[in-house]
Design a protein around this ligand. Sequence first.
Ligand code: FES
Length: 260
Amino acid sequence: MATFETIAQGMILVRIAASRVARAAQPGQFVQRRGHVIEGLVSDDGRAQTTPFDPQPYPILSVDTASGEIAVLAVTDGGDDSAITSTPTGLEWAVRGPLGKAVTVDPAARHVAFIAQGGGIGSLIAVMRETAERGVRVTLLAGAENAWQLYPSHLLPEGVREMTATDDGSAGIRAPVTHLLPQIQDEADVLIASGPPKLYADLARMRADGLLTIPTTVLVLPQLECRDGQCGACAVQTADGSRFACVEGPAFDLDEVEWS
Ligand code: FES
């Protein structure tokens, strides 16, 4: 069973009964939605046929171990919300996970900056919550096309200071979110980023130009197939060869990834 709440333009909060995932999940991990049984379609040997796994990884925002419920973020980017929210008979939200490794933050860091573009913020929510709950100062730099595509401030974990940037200036500064970095870089010990490839390309360019000087982790969540390191669909190219985001990710050091 699942319930749905549209929390911003192109962002749907999905709450799912998944007690095993709720018990095991760590900050930064994600799930994959299972295929559903196709009504009336059986194989020659009588087994029910299902649709394929949804290749989209869904970051876990929060868990409630008492109720066995997890909340994940589905990003539609202006696409068809019904692919997320329609649950006719036999098409419920069942998930596999948690997938990936927990995202860990340097325990010596006293001020952690996070930077997100659009729906990339989903991978940061649980990590920010865990970091803030340890008494560490947390600053979020949030970017989006406009104010309506920003993750709602009132849903951010307690203790997170937010700075925003939008393409049209409807919230925060009118500029790419990376333009906020100079304001916090002297104070923050580390940076954790989540967003589209362009964000990572911009950060890599800033690093090469000497404009980004603090240790930076990027969270990579590509589309999945096998989910167990076998197929290479989620490969991230690094100086040491391919690494698979489904089992080794989502966190990679900005400097070890080969951005092409
Ligand atoms: S999805 Fe197949 S290796 Fe990651």
